[in-house]
Design a protein around this ligand. Sequence first.
Ligand SMILES: Nc1nc2c(ncn2[C@@H]2O[C@H](COP(=O)(O)OP(=O)(O)O)[C@@H](O)[C@H]2O)c(=O)[nH]1
Ligand SMILES: [Mg+2]
Length: 196
Amino acid sequence: MKVTSTEFIKSAVDPSQYPNNLLPEVAFVGRSNVGKSSLINALVNRKRLAKTSNTPGRTQLVNFFVINKNLSFVDLPGYGYAKVPVSVKRGWKAMVEGYLEGRENLRLVVMILDIRRDPSENDDQLIQWLRSNNIKIVLVLTKTDKFSRGQVNISRRKIGEHLGVSYDELVPFSARTRYGKNDLWKVIEDACYPAP
Ligand SMILES: Nc1nc2c(ncn2[C@@H]2O[C@H](COP(=O)(O)OP(=O)(O)O)[C@@H](O)[C@H]2O)c(=O)[nH]1
Ligand SMILES: [Mg+2]
């Protein structure tokens, strides 16, 4: 996908504030600090469309963007940051599940995992929840630049076994080198603009 325009639309805390343009929509989700903002920025060739930060767990907003005037990206708040109070964790669940359950134009959830780490219990739970709600997901293993190619393959296989998904359902990625960018765009385009 050639990205010619990117636009920040708004931040929302509840569904009444969501934009109602109803373009095909892709939501990005993952543990805090996993590299979600960096991945979004890499996909659209922008330095800070989605803000990157080193203080995880702060954003509890659903951020909406429009790409090329015909595709909507949603940056969902990160989860699993230990220092966040329980009340904030509950707020996260309500906010994210509220979005995912009710969004009729949602075509795909891009779930981001760190290739170097075993999926967390939160990752597992979210994947189960998405599956039980019949929401289409793609699992992206990011930060592959930290690994050799051999390590990437080993880890990809191991994470696939852990999550019960095939090797092919995992997309290795690096925001730093842009590795995997075209593969991920292909998955997004197939989900958003299916062949008639
Ligand atoms: N080496 C490497 N570092 C990355 C990559 N993606 C993100 N990071 C770093 O990981 C940290 C968290 O990234 P960020 O995008 O803010 O994560 P978010 O909290 O999930 O949005 C930052 O220090 C990034 O520079 C990547 O592909 N490779
Ligand atoms: Mg972020």
